[in-house]
Design a protein. Structure first.
Lengths: 198, 198
DNA sequence: GGCAGGATCTAGCAGCGCTAGATTTCCTAG
DNA sequence: CTAGGAAATCTAGCGCTGCTAGATCCTGCC
């Protein structure tokens, strides 16, 4: 039993080592360059070891994505619930989302961009996605003036996702991130006309 | 001279054949499965022939993207200028954009999603991107109530891009595409509060 | 100490992008 | 109409990829 559990502990540690290393590699050289050989060398094992922990390379990125979405949910929840009122909460959530995407582009890519069979194949990831969606909905719902809150949530999330991906692809002016998110939040929450003359 | 021009003509035809076949292959099996061997076999030549026309596989997708963005610009312009007033123009442009992305997902991916060195390396593509951007700006500018029109344009484009990519990844409710774009356009153009009680 | 059994590695397959060198095809000059 | 040379095209191969079968080594038990 102690023997068995020591083995299991070592195995679990290596499992985490693989995920941590894959994430670091992806953030530094991009997912496209994270190969089984490079990853195996980085953790100082041979490639087949990876397949003892994960079904394939894609599953490793999926696992990183799951860790990432858990982080993201926590970040969003903290930003939203720390704000004094719904308007500030929506703004804080939106900024936190873009900041996370900007600070962890490879993780963001693993979650939302990389072609993945994850979101509907894996068992717990749909729940995580729904939880993240609920964070967005909680933030925008106070501003759904008679509209379907779910549709409004999809609009908000899509708008932020678009800003995140286009900014990462350098298709948006770099210095204007806050201006974009503030303008988006103002219009989506319906505060555009009053403050437009400012 | 007739000889020379016949050769050149045949060469130009094959050039287009490559692009057309690459686009068809991408739309049917996805860019990830469009390999030099498959593409070469589809046009009934050996792989090296491809390299007589394009620098590499990426350049082929870039060329498809350039053709696509020209199409897209025409679609957007037609939608916008055919509308009776700015509000209808913005709505028509937004719907046309999402419809194009939905009908030609591989081309849309080649233009805006696939990692590419295109947009800033190639000579004419930045101009095309700017032209497309100008279409968005022309549609939304009437609703920039004192705000920076360029920022507002980035917000609009990002929001539509997010809806296009998330819808393609099946992360948004399928039947709600029009509801989403209408809600987005209403809020971005500032018509939300008046019609909110509807 | 010797021996299962599990963990790990070596070596290899098929397919990828891409290219050098052989081969074939075509145009031209005599 | 043929011979030669240039241009077009193909064959074959390199180093890389994800992934795996079979050999090897190492660990823990009797």
């Amino acid at each position: 039993m102690p023997t068995q559990s020591r083995r299991e502990r070592a195995r679990a540690e290596r499992h985490e080592l693989i995920l941590r290393t894959a994430r670091e590699l992806a953030e530094s050289i991009g997912w496209g360059a994270v190969t089984t050989r490079r990853l195996a060398e980085a953790i100082d094992y041979s490639q087949p070891v990876l397949y003892g922990h994960f079904e394939n390379m894609n599953a490793i990125a999926d696992a990183v994505a799951i860790q990432g979405i858990e982080e993201l949910i926590a970040v969003l929840r903290y930003a939203r619930t720390s704000a004094p009122d719904p308007a500030a909460g929506l703004s804080a959530l939106a900024k936190a989302y873009l900041e996370y995407a900007s600070n962890h582009p490879a993780v963001y890519e693993a979650i939302f961009v990389r072609p993945t069979d994850l979101e509907f194949a894996s068992s717990d990831s749909p729940l995580l996605l729904k939880t993240a969606f609920a964070e967005f909905q909680a933030a925008i719902e106070p501003f759904a003036a008679g509209e379907d809150p779910e549709t409004l949530t999809e609009v908000l999330w899509s708008a932020l996702h678009g800003q995140a991906t286009l900014a990462h692809a350098r298709r948006l002016r770099p210095g204007q991130r806050d201006a974009r998110v503030e303008l988006l939040v103002a219009r989506l929450s319906g505060k555009n006309s009053p403050t437009s003359a400012k």
